[in-house]
Design a protein around this ligand. Structure first.
Ligand SMILES: NC(=O)c1ccc[n+]([C@@H]2O[C@H](COP(=O)([O-])OP(=O)(O)OC[C@H]3O[C@@H](n4cnc5c(N)ncnc54)[C@H](O)[C@@H]3O)[C@@H](O)[C@H]2O)c1
Length: 260
């Protein structure tokens, strides 16, 4: 096991969005647990639970709660539990997104109001709702750090990313507005923008292999990123080492985003 890059001893963190071993949030959870954080994790539904058991066991997680962001009562329940058990929260990861296949692969021009609203609700407004829930708990902690996962499709047109590009653009804007609003409470808000990596969500995007091949070919470092790479950056951002970093979109993509 590599030595932890940062120290998260004494910190309590919420990690959402673990679907299985390959999830980005699994890499974040690993890095934060190795750095000494106590983790609370959430999973979308009981079907997912079986796939996350190995992660729960490996990281020694004792608090795993169901969170479906389309069901407000599940979010209320998660935060009631966190408040009752710990009374504070030092950091939180938002790593959830969803859009219907047709709205990813079809033209944005053709997106239905319902498909647009669903994608925005799960992928973007859930971040705002999460911020509202973490705020009082982070105030009790004397401050905190909230991180979300975005993608280059927010600013560049990526084939088959469709409505999700709009969701990520709004997510990055939300990162800035939330950072501005919560900064005086010593709560930092950042977005991490990884290069493409094959996860369950990514497997639903047509031509994703081509995106990964382009990332290797065209990025300055000719490399794909792994959940561990994303975990390292995120653990840094939620640690005291990142204490004055807020409102930014931080790429971990072997430099791909700078290439014309
Ligand atoms: N894989 C990539 O190449 C890549 C690149 C950049 C950003 N991202 C972003 O990273 C984040 C995590 O995705 P991933 O690639 O690890 O895939 P993943 O499939 O492992 O994770 C996506 C998660 O979203 C959760 N989710 C979807 N709808 C939900 C709902 N209604 N309630 C609660 N949870 C819900 C799923 O349960 C799953 O855990 C997403 O925001 C994604 O857009 C992924």
């Amino acid at each position: 096991m590599a030595a932890p890059i940062v120290n998260l001893e004494g910190k309590i963190g919420l990690i959402t969005g673990i679907a299985n071993e390959k999830s980005i949030s699994t890499g974040v959870a690993e890095a934060c647990a190795q750095a000494g954080a106590k983790l609370i994790i959430t999973y979308q539904n009981e079907k997912t639970r079986a796939f996350i058991e190995p992660v729960i066991a490996r990281l020694g997680v004792t608090d795993a709660f169901l969170l479906d962001v389309t069901k407000p009562e599940t979010m209320d329940a998660v935060f009631a539990e966190i408040d009752a058990r710990y009374g504070k929260l030092d950091f939180a990861l938002h790593s959830m997104a969803f859009a219907k296949r047709d709205d990813l692969h079809g033209r944005v021009v053709d997106t239905s109001a319902d498909g647009f609203a669903l994608a925005m609700d799960v992928s973007t407004h859930s971040f705002v709702r999460l911020a509202k829930k973490v705020e009082p708990l982070m105030i009790k902690a004397g401050g905190g750090s909230l991180v979300t996962m975005t993608y280059l499709g927010s600013e560049k047109v990526i084939p088959n990313y469709g409505v999700m590009g709009l969701c990520k653009a709004a997510l990055e804007a939300a990162t800035r507005y939330l950072a501005a609003e919560l900064g005086e409470k010593n709560i930092r808000v950042n977005a991490v923008s990884p290069g493409p990596l094959m996860t369950r969500a990514a497997s639903g995007i047509a031509g994703f292999d081509g995106l990964m091949a382009a990332a290797v070919e065209r990025s300055p470092m000719h490399s794909l990123v792994t959940p561990e790479d994303i975990g390292a950056l995120t653990a840094f951002l939620v640690s005291d080492a990142g204490r004055l970093i807020s409102g930014g979109v931080h790429f971990v993509d072997a430099g791909y985003n700078i290439m014309g």
